[in-house]
Design a protein around this ligand. Structure first.
Ligand code: ADP
Ligand code: MG
Length: 440
């Protein structure tokens, strides 16, 4: 047996005592890196998984190895090096930017359509059918967590699928601004910035409200927009409010935003919330009873992100406790959810992240760039952002004086990984659960 086969057999053996979800969560991305006569080295996706395997699951693993290999194995563990995890150096900025910023799993297929978003979806689909022709620009607005970002990616992915050669960029206004500010350092970078953003067939700009008060980048965006618009290229924008409600944005830009089609997404009704929960549970291949899903849908109105997050918390806790996701458990999870808009001291968030990854807050806030530190630092940034809506600069300050573009890079990386990485999602939800649970 080679080490891959041994690991496969070990996992099969573990199914005897552990749930599928538990195995996927903690063992899913782990593997054997080194297999000797009587020892094996296991590489884990994160420090959290490593700790779980080394402590909680040690007896199960020992037994599994003994059964599969026919003798006792000395087991050792390490954390898998994360690729591409280091903040970038200024000069290399452009080379490392992801090609188009699109996340494949945010598509129309995974987007539930209901009364609250059907107009936005149909307009978005019309844009996919005839980019640049019908609704230009398309401006989508809504409160947080209602699907704007998902929809923007869905448009990008569908256009890319229909026209593989189409040049598409998805970027948040913050990303646009950061890249712009970096670009004005030299003529060469400025030219490359212009080429990048003005050479596209479809430009998707998210969280446009962040253009507020950044005059130079507003100007640059205005010019980018005009050039694309005149060339008949499609622009799709998303923001947390109607263009008329922008305060620090120039009037001429507001008129541009409003010159095409404006559509909003409203909060989902009960029926739609339930449908979304069914979809999300099925996507995780987990059985959750109709009663539990209904109870959850009834309890949480508003943000779909929160609905999804609570479901993930429920499933993570149910896996950890090896208990089915019952209404009881759901009640316990909901009890830990804070009332909307609670402010939680960032130090508490940092503390919980440090505990989860077993590092000190001095390490987290240091200038160390090793993966073991950078990754938790990015998670902390993500959670501070999510829970307290802190600005990039504030987060940078809290994490030991980091540059706002370093913070942005980390946030984008975590957000991107969260879309496809169930294990990471579970980790983040359980840390979030701990933070929120402590602060009520
Ligand atoms: P926003 O950009 O409006 O804050 P997002 O697009 O980030 O919201 O959505 C938050 C989460 O909710 C994402 O995980 C997204 O996939 C999910 N979501 C939002 N709307 C829907 C929907 N209609 N169907 C399925 N999932 C949705
Ligand atoms: Mg968004």
């Amino acid at each position: 047996m080679n080490h891959k086969e041994v690991w496969k057999n070990v996992l099969t053996f573990l199914e005897k005592d552990l749930s599928k979800g538990e195995i996927a969560t903690f063992f899913g991305s782990a593997e054997i890196t080194d297999l000797q006569e009587d020892s094996a080295r296991i590489v884990c996706p994160s420090r959290l998984a490593l700790e779980k395997l080394r402590t909680h699951y040690a007896p199960n693993l020992a037994e599994a190895f003994r059964t599969v290999g026919g003798r006792d194995y000395q087991l050792s563990f390490e954390v898998k090096p994360l690729e591409n995890n280091l903040p970038q150096e200024p000069g290399t900025f452009f080379h490392h930017t992801p090609s188009n910023g699109l996340s494949g799993s945010y598509n129309f297929d995974s987007f539930v359509v209901g009364l609250s978003n059907q107009l936005a979806v149909s307009v978005a689909q019309a844009v996919v059918e005839q980019p640049g022709a019908l609704h230009n620009p398309l401006f989508i607005y809504s409160g947080v967590g209602l699907g704007k970002t998902h929809l923007l990616h869905a448009v990008g992915n569908s256009v890319q699928e229909k026209s593989p050669n189409a040049r598409i960029i998805y970027a948040s206004a913050e990303r646009f601004t950061t890249e712009f500010i970096r670009s004005i350092q030299s003529q060469q970078t400025a030219a490359s910035f212009r080429r990048k953003f003005r050479g596209v067939d479809l430009l998707l700009i998210d969280d446009v409200q962040f253009f507020a008060s950044r005059t130079a980048s507003q100007e640059e965006f205005f010019n980018t927009f005009n050039e694309l618009f005149l060339a008949g290229k499609q622009v799709v924008l998303a923001a947390d409010r109607h263009p008329a409600e922008f305060k620090n944005v120039e009037q001429r830009l507001i008129s541009r935003f409003a010159g095409g089609m404006i559509t909003d997404i409203r909060e989902p009704d009960l029926d739609m919330r339930l449908q979304i929960l069914h979809r999300k549970a099925a996507a995780q291949q987990t059985e959750v009873s109709e009663d539990v899903l209904l109870a959850l849908a009834q309890q949480l109105e508003g943000s779909i992100r929160q609905l999804e997050g609570t479901l993930h918390q429920l499933l993570a806790i149910s896996q950890a406790q090896k208990a089915p996701p019952t209404e009881e458990l759901l009640k316990a999870v909901l009890r830990t959810a804070p009332p909307a808009k609670t402010f939680i001291a960032p130090q508490d968030i940092i503390g919980s992240v440090c505990r989860a990854y077993q590092i000190t807050s001095e390490q987290l806030c240091s200038s160390k760039r090793s993966r073991e530190i950078v990754f938790p630092r990015q998670i902390a940034a993500y959670l501070i952002r999510q829970i307290n809506q802190a600005s990039l600069n504030q987060i940078g300050e809290l994490l030991g004086g980091k540059d706002h573009s370093t913070i942005l890079y980390g946030l984008e990386k975590i957000e991107k990984n969260l879309i496809g990485d169930q294990i990471l999602k579970n980790q983040v939800e359980s840390i979030r659960g701990e933070i929120l649970g402590k602060n009520r």
